[in-house]
Ligand binder design. Sequence first.
Ligand code: FAD
Ligand code: NAD
Length: 481
Amino acid sequence: MRHPDDQLAPDPNKKTLVVLGTGWGSVSLLKKLDTENYNVVVVSPRNYFLFTPLLPSCTVGTIEHRSIMEPIRNFLRHKKAAVKYYEAEATKIDYEKRIVYINDDSEIKGDVSATEVPFDMLVIGVGAENATFGIPGVREHGLFLKEVGDAQRIRNRIMDCCETATFKDQSPEEIQRLLHMVVVGGGPTGVEFAGELQDFFNSDLKKWLPEIKDTFKVTLVEALPNVLPMFSKQLIDYTEKTFKEETITIRTKTMVKKVTDKFIEAESVGPDGKKVLEKIPYGLLVWATGNALRPIVSDFIKQIPAQKDSRRGLAVNEYLVVKGCENVWAVGDCAVANYAPTAQVASQEGAWLARMFNQMAKTQEIETELAELSVKQEKAPTKEARDAVFADIKDLQKRLRRVKQIGPFEYTHQGSLAYIGSEKAVADIAWWSGNIASGGTLTYLFWRSAYISMCFSTRNRILVCVDWVKSKIFGRDVSRV
Ligand code: FAD
Ligand code: NAD
């Protein structure tokens, strides 16, 4: 029987380019890459691209999760040359042997569920994990917000807390605990989620479950003196004022030290300047304290002596080459190139790398042609024939110089945007050499139009708009699945 892989047998004349991940970095690379130049292999446990900026809206059902997912196979089938995709987790990169070990982590496994993929060129775009800083109890009791599964778990947990709080004969203290929704981390993930949750309560939960209306409470806990540290002071103040109006409690300068199944232990500074440790009971705990290294990345760091000081990710040079390696690049949250770990950075890095790979292939093509022409020139029987070939060589050399002129990666910051609830958003937009800071309902309309235009496909755009209209007209769905 013919093996299905035979239909996509690698071309021995082309290099094998392995891309790890199907997130912002890898997918923007694949979008722009001319796949005819390489044998392209993609490895990722997620067979879809996820538009993360709208993920907080999925936790409360403002948007359905499938509306912000784009199947990777749908996108790859439109590429000029076939691309091989394996739904698997890369478990180890062996740099010396130039092999990636992969594992099928899905429920259904065939006879083979672990194998290896050799590479000539490798792009690492595996993103990051959720940071917990080793705080006890976080992994066991907290919920994260990074993937679709996380948003679904949060959506179910919110409803579970509400339904359990209204269970017959529940004590007032227990009702208060169950309806206390605690968000740890005042970065954009925590702020956007807190805003969405309060919206859900104000527009839907209050109506469906009037008995919880005086007890439901959202608290945002942040270790630093303010939330959204990457935004301008004016927008931080605006966000904190809006949260106050929305009755979201912000606890800044409060560091969570321990998590149990029913309360968090947090340290803050009391009015007398002394440290106070208090227990805060919760029903739902969402943990959004930023990024940490994935195991495959920390293992790779250990293999490369030049990476020995890398703590936050793979150190890359201005061409996104992993320092200390040849033909290995890193993009997005797993790479450290002195930019914030955002979708904006990851997608620009991926697109730049695609352009560079396309240029590299062209360079190789021209260099081969040049080598052939010099042989032809040597063998030319007459001076006229030699001169004619020489003119062709000159032309090609000029083309080669042009093609080789690709400058290092430079990030262009377009601004920062965040939704803060009650149909308000904040935006720090880069404008000429300055910055425009704005917050409010108009900014919210801008936020919506910006994210709609950035959605992966027309299908996603339509689905998101339909979800917005649906939740406005019928309210968000409060059923638990
Ligand atoms: P990701 O997009 O996380 O993709 C990583 C990919 O690698 C995934 O496909 C994953 O399945 C795969 N993978 C993981 N492990 C392995 C492995 N071992 N082997 C192979 N594949 C693997 N940024 C903004 O600029 N604007 C925003 O509005 C914004 N909103 C956000 C909202 C939320 C809720 C979150 C969580 C993040 C948000 N971000 C935003 C940040 C942005 O999502 C990240 O910076 C971006 O996703 C990084 O892209 P990436 O390609 O590095 O990683
Ligand atoms: P973050 O790193 O931006 O913020 C995490 C916050 O958690 C920090 O302010 C930190 O002080 C706080 N923290 C850490 N440990 C704590 C503890 N024990 N107790 C209390 N507070 C603690 O993380 P994020 O919000 O998840 O964002 C991750 C990345 O994704 C960032 O680069 C961010 O810019 C990007 N992102 C952007 C957007 C947007 O642009 N709208 C939305 C989401 C995420």
